[in-house]
Design a protein around this ligand. Structure first.
Ligand SMILES: [Cu+2]
Length: 132
């Protein structure tokens, strides 16, 4: 049973570069968030400051939703190519649409996430992004 453990250790070591290397442009870490009527899954999104992420937003419902987190986006470095996807602090998703945003959170804190469509937040479409 020694070999599988050794192999796993090598894998873990190889796949977890130092934060500084990631910030310098290594592959962003994938974080998928599913939007549906009427929730975010996961609703709690823990991130690390200085780590680059590819935020993969998937709207699985037929109707439109948005990923509104103005304070979080303002506290993050958004990849230049993706800045146009965020309008008024939110990413809009039509039914069945997926949107990827590459960003690096720059300030630790707890940030509110919600859908701004009429009544969606009141029906439970809220979340929280925590940057450590
Ligand atoms: Cu919604």
């Amino acid at each position: 049973m020694h070999k599988p453990i050794a192999a796993l250790a090598v894998l873990l070591t190889a796949s977890v570069p130092m934060g500084s290397l990631v910030a310098q442009g290594a592959q962003p870490q994938l974080v998928s968030v599913e939007l549906s009527s009427f929730k975010f899954a996961p609703a709690e999104i823990p991130l690390r400051r200085g780590q680059a992420y590819r935020l993969h937003l998937v709207n699985t419902s037929g109707g439109g939703h948005d990923f509104a987190a103005a304070e979080f986006f303002a506290a993050s470095n958004i990849a230049a190519a993706d800045r146009g996807l965020i309008v008024d602090g939110k990413v809009k998703l039509a039914g069945k649409q997926s949107v990827d945003v590459v960003l690096t959170p720059e300030k630790a804190g707890t940030y509110a996430l919600r859908c701004t469509h009429f009544l969606h937040s009141g029906m439970g479409m809220n979340g929280r992004i925590t940057v450590q």
